[in-house]
Design a protein around this ligand. Structure first.
Ligand SMILES: Nc1ncnc2c1ncn2[C@@H]1O[C@H](COP(=O)(O)OP(=O)(O)OP(=O)(O)O)[C@@H](O)[C@H]1O
Length: 347
């Protein structure tokens, strides 16, 4: 484990957390054909964070950076390979079946594709009531009342109760999935790319709905996205992942106003901005995410980094406080502003 238990510089030691992850990691053995030896992929290589109640932590990175694997561990769809995961001071990483059942009621997930998560032969009402049927002793009337209440909160009408998922648009279907995930009143919702499959025109509506629901229900979100632009207005904290590791983690303002890791800056460059001045500083990310079977030596970002130095090719930078965020970069400076993006060769 090469990442220390991270605490943001602005956090007090006693800060309350509804969820706390320490050094969560997951590796997979992957067969490479009949003749070849199997290989190990480190999908997540030590992620730590504390999630404050009613807050949103965004997990951002390219496809293959380990976001979905992390989301599956946070919801205990998959047990962590190592590390601890605490909900209200109970470590669930090694929990027995009974504790796990309770945990699953408290931490729910919304997937990218609401088609896949909804049974086409089940009415919307039954889909939303199902978690209540499985996890509570409520009567049929009470379950129906709860489902109708949650449908109203997500912007669905009572007559939608008896209809089937195929009768709804993508945005409405995601509202149904959100209602189903919230009907047990979980403390935490893990949202894995919840608007990526939706038309651009309905994305903002669903994001606004999530903000409203957080305020009215007091739920905390872990919001997984490949797009920093999507989380810009709703994240309280942002954790940027690269090849299974956290490369930068901090409050939203620090990540958007003074990003320090060159990878964060490249991701920001790829998001549309209203201010054309900001484009002057555009960083185009060259090359692809390296194979997780054979990660580069030293800093995993070094083959694509405009600031690469000799040290980066041999030594992994630790995730450490720089300004008001945590950054894993030998070139990032401990100053309030962004890391200057000149090539090392120009220095
Ligand atoms: N069950 C699995 N078996 C083998 N390898 C896996 C498994 N799940 C994920 N991986 C590998 O782990 C790495 C991280 O994958 P993951 O899906 O978590 O990334 P991601 O950032 O969520 O990407 P995407 O947005 O494409 O889902 C990838 O190299 C992937 O191939």
């Amino acid at each position: 484990m090469n990442q220390p238990h991270e605490h943001l510089p602005h956090e007090s030691a006693a800060a309350q957390a509804v969820m706390e992850a320490v050094d969560l990691a997951q590796s997979y053995e992957v067969s490479r054909g009949l003749m070849a030896k199997s290989a190990t992929v480190k999908a997540v290589a030590g992620i730590s964070f504390r999630l404050a109640p009613r807050s949103t932590l965004a997990i951002v990175g390219e496809s293959g950076s380990g976001k979905s694997t992390l989301a599956r561990m946070l919801t205990m769809i998959e047990r962590p390979g190592s590390g601890s995961l605490r909900l209200d001071d109970v470590d669930v990483a090694e929990a027995d079946a009974r504790t796990l059942r309770r945990y699953r009621g408290e931490v729910q997930m919304v997937f990218q594709n609401p088609y896949g998560s909804l049974n086409p032969r089940q009415t919307v009402g039954k889909a939303i009531e199902e978690p209540l049927l499985v996890n509570t002793t409520l009567s049929a009337t009470e379950r129906r009342e709860r489902a109708l209440d949650m449908m109203k909160r997500v912007g669905l009408r009572p007559e939608h109760h008896g209809r089937y998922p195929h009768m709804f648009s993508g945005g409405q279907r995601q509202r149904i999935a959100i209602a189903r995930a919230l009907v047990l009143r979980p403390k935490i919702l893990v949202l894995d790319e919840p608007v990526s499959a939706l038309d651009v025109s309905v994305r903002a509506q669903v994001l606004n709905l999530l903000v409203e629901l957080q305020e009215s229900l007091g739920v905390a979100y872990v919001f997984v996205s490949h797009d920093l632009g999507v989380v810009r207005h709703m994240a309280d904290e942002v954790l940027v992942m690269y090849l299974g590791r956290a490369v930068e983690h901090g409050p939203r303002e620090a990540i958007f106003e003074a990003p320090k890791h060159p990878y964060t800056r490249a991701l920001l460059s790829a998001t549309p901005v209203a201010d054309p001045e900001a484009k002057k500083d555009r960083i185009v990310l060259e090359g692809e995410l390296p194979s997780p079977f054979n990660p580069p030596k030293g800093c995993p970002f070094n083959p694509r980094c405009p600031l690469v130095m000799d040290r980066c090719r041999v030594e992994m930078p630790p995730l450490e406080p720089k300004g008001s965020q945590l950054v894993a970069c030998w070139a990032a400076q401990d100053t309030p502003g962004p890391t200057p993006m000149r090539r090392a060769a120009d220095a």
